[in-house]
Design a protein around this ligand. Structure first.
Ligand code: NIG
Ligand code: FE
Length: 426
């Protein structure tokens, strides 16, 4: 009995303090927590050179200049001379829970077929849906857990995951239960989104309203009853779901307490941004094709625009016009879109490099977009996205690098030495 108490005392009840010293530069520090950064402010990345960071288990206790380091007794000290520390990435748009892969479609595209042609031939999302329907919940969990472990090592500390490869009641619920289980079993914070309207299943090929009825009247109530999702998403796109369909789905989702976060303007601009803003979407994502009126309608709203440059890279489609959006005063978040069809990569470091190289974002803008703005796009800005007293101990230590601009500049290489999520070294 006594020894059991001793174990509890040492492992569960005694808080563990860790002090990180001699940080070459501590990035994205905040004294007054912000909700997001917009426009010109995105060019500013607050940092402290020659800094310390003090953490206690899951919470950031203090940070500052080494010369101001208070005399305190801590359990552990880590000297990171020559290295930088920054908050972990906040990846606000993924489809990480999927079964199998689609490399054959990748090869078909190399040989000349378009993404649209592949989808019209029964490939694409429907291909993933068949695979997922035939996969057991346990197998789906194991496949997805590997991807979660992979992205944590790449520096992601919070992630959103969508359903939408199920497209039947059973398979959508299976996906959402896997997301819930991943959130319970890993230190990374996971937000869940119901994307029942991702594609029209072949059995509803000529009956779109029948499928919408099913999503709204059968799947959505179950999702809400089991608290399986916080957000509702729709693939609002020509050939998928129209603006009117999206309007109907979002209205229904909101009735059940779900917040909209939607796919819009990936291939065509049909008014998806407007319907998102109308329903106070937390974010509108993709935005590869933005008309002036789409940028205009986002001004002074609570909706975060989210760009997914790895998707543009992989599909060779236009990049979201980040410069135009930020220069118009909008905020912007960056996410991976990790999925088997349009972005088989969950690497936020690549996203940041690509945003700088292809979208002409500065390193400061890209880091803001991938941390605090990504946190906002998941409703996590109070706990994630910056180095701030009271926020979670989610941070990474880089290898020795000359400056933080080196992170996006030296693309394709790993510059991360250690990742901590909720105080745990990954
Ligand atoms: O965000 N655009 C819609 N959905 C995913 C891709 C789906 C797929 O091809 O499997 C996306 O790109
Ligand atoms: Fe997506």
């Amino acid at each position: 009995m006594l020894s059991k108490i001793a174990v509890y005392l040492s492992e569960d009840f005694i808080n563990m303090t860790t002090l990180i010293i001699n940080i070459k530069e501590l990035l994205q520090v905040e004294n007054m927590p912000k909700t997001m950064v917009c426009g010109l402010a995105m060019k500013v990345l607050p940092t402290i050179k020659n800094a310390f960071l003090l953490i206690e288990d899951e919470i950031i206790l203090d940070f500052g200049k080494m010369e101001d380091l208070p005399k305190i007794k801590v359990d552990k000290t880590i000297d990171v001379t020559g290295k930088m520390v920054l908050p972990t990435w906040c990846d606000s748009h993924t489809h990480i829970v999927y079964a199998g892969n689609r490399e054959q479609e990748f090869i078909d595209r190399i040989n000349g077929l378009s993404y649209e042609e592949i989808a019209n031939n029964g490939g694409g999302i429907l291909n993933s849906a068949i695979k997922l329907q035939q996969t057991s919940e346990e197998d789906l969990y194991q496949q997805s857990a590997k991807r979660i472990e992979e992205i944590m090592k790449l520096g992601t500390g919070a992630v959103e995951i969508k359903s939408g490869y199920g497209l039947t009641i059973e398979a959508e619920i299976k996906m959402l239960r896997v997301i819930k289980k991943l959130n319970e079993n890993y230190p990374i914070t996971i937000k869940s989104t119901f994307l029942g309207a991702h594609a029209l299943p072949s059995e509803f090929k000529n009956n779109k309203s029948g499928y919408l009825d099913k999503v709204i009247d059968e799947i959505l109530p179950l999702v809400a009853k089991e608290h399986l999702a916080e957000y509702i998403d729709v693939f609002c796109e020509t050939g998928y779901f129209s603006v009117d369909d999206t309007d109907r789905l979002l209205k229904a989702g909101v009735t059940y307490g779900l917040i909209p976060k939607i796919h819009v303007n990936q291939f065509t601009a049909i008014g998806g941004v407007q319907v998102g803003v109308k329903h106070k979407a937390l974010s509108v994502d993709h935005l590869e094709l933005m008309r002036d009126e789409d940028i205009e309608v986002l001004k002074n709203t609570c909706t975060m625009p989210v760009a997914l440059p790895s998707c543009s890279y992989f599909l060779s489609i236009p990049y979201a016009p980040a410069r135009k959006m930020i220069d118009a005063g909008l905020p912007l978040a960056l996410a991976t879109d990790y999925n088997p069809g349009s972005t088989p990569s969950g690497n936020m470091n690549f996203v940041i490099s690509t945003a700088c190289i292809k979208m002409k974002m500065t390193p400061e803008e890209a880091i803001n977009a991938a941390t605090i703005n990504g946190a906002y796009a998941m409703g996590l800005e109070k706990t994630h996205g910056s180095i701030c007293k009271g926020k979670k101990t989610n941070f990474m230590i880089t290898k020795e690098i000359p400056s933080y601009g080196f992170l996006p500049y030296s693309f394709g290489n790993s510059h991360i030495d250690k990742v901590f999520i909720e105080g745990k070294e990954i």
